[in-house]
Design a protein around this ligand. Sequence first.
Ligand SMILES: [Zn+2]
Length: 368
Amino acid sequence: MADTAARPRLRDSVIVQADGGTLLFLCLADRTVKRFACDDFVKDVVALLDGTRTLAEIGALTFGDDPDAPARVAEVVQILADERLLSRSAAPEREFRLLGAARAEFYDRQLRLFQDFCDEGWSPETSGAGLQRRLDGSTAVVCGIGGLGGWVALSLAGAGVGRIRLCDFDRVEASNLTRQVLFRIADVGAPKVDVAAARLREVNPYIEVESVDRRIGGAADLADVVAGADVVVNAADLPTPNDVSDWVSEACRPKIPHIMGTGYAYHIGVLGTSIIPGQTACWACVRAETFADHGRDGMETVVGKREKAGAMGALCGLVGNILAWEAIRILGGLPPALGGRWCEVDFWPLEIRSRAIPRRPGCLTCGS
Ligand SMILES: [Zn+2]
């Protein structure tokens, strides 16, 4: 039964409408509608669920001094709680302000989204401010600040990931500017990591950004880059996507979650997979699963992949932001969407193809 000392509050994403003896709860967060038969008493109770009153106070307002009022109110509140129509925070804005007035204003709309994640039960936190603190206390590494990594880093910075470490060796080129969101024409010739770090600090003054200007030639080159990371996003593709993925994966084992196998070319975006040590297939299992596609493993290459594939900012921005969304979920303690899944987006019909990536039973890294 509902806690009588609590001050229940409807979720901010819920609209309530009445149609005679029916109450409709329109849930904007997932576009579902819940219907309940009701009487005027229930309607009056629902209208009072704004987090400022206890059950006894709501009972007194709706039922006067009827001794059964608190129990009847508690019954209604329990049903709404079971249907996840109530917030887990009676006064979220008061909790947002505990972050400090400036941060509360900066992150305002995101905090309201995070509050809804908490209300849905996706987070161990009860307050959106708690989720924001998790991001603030976390470290993300982005390897490769190009067409994908730039968008990933930009969205992680905007979201308030407390420490972002960027790794790249490249210099900005004019041909980057159609899709690499952090760079301007005046930046051509400058080290990508330095320009990117400066831009991210302009976007969010509440985070730290570190840059590592380095060409990666093996896992050992990444040891200090991934040290202390809570998530690593591999958006690098040189010298080859597979080589750099192998090195990132090796550097991240056995503890650091890493988002791997991502990319874009022509009108296909590869969302890759999230590798959560101890929970999902490892990179070797991903490679074993996907390299056998079309029976082509072990074949001789006659005409190889072209060095430069067609690409545009609108499409790689979509892929990069899905990866940022995945990284934010991992950092916030929310369930990841790409764990144990390999996903590709075909932007022409706008369809996502998804397949499960199993852990190979005999795998020395992730097998049971
Ligand atoms: Zn494995």
